[in-house]
Design a protein around this ligand. Structure first.
Ligand SMILES: [Zn+2]
Length: 91
């Protein structure tokens, strides 16, 4: 059972966003700016997902073209289809 939901959080002043496995009533602070992050949306599990990795910041990258967050193990952007460059070197 999943007990945590992934939320997209945003720092109001800087506009920085993070995807966090958060409790609904938890308080989350940006690691770099110290701002309190406000929940923007709940990130629903997308099934079937092209990525098997958890939707956490370490496992996501921003598509160069459409700026959507996608899993680092995905070879093509599911949003715009842009081929992603390999990030780990084992091609
Ligand atoms: Zn894209």
């Amino acid at each position: 059972m999943h007990t945590h939901q992934i939320y997209r959080l945003r720092a109001p002043a800087s506009g920085r966003e993070a995807l966090v496995e958060a409790e609904v009533d938890g308080v989350y602070v940006d690691r770099e700016t110290g701002e309190e992050l406000q929940p923007v949306t709940r990130v629903l599990p997308l099934a079937p997902s092209a990525s098997k990795l958890l939707r956490s910041p370490e496992n996501l990258l921003e598509c160069r073209r459409c700026k959507q967050l996608i899993g680092i193990d995905v070879s093509d952007c599911p949003h715009c289809g842009l081929r992603q460059e390999a990030t780990n070197g084992d091609s």
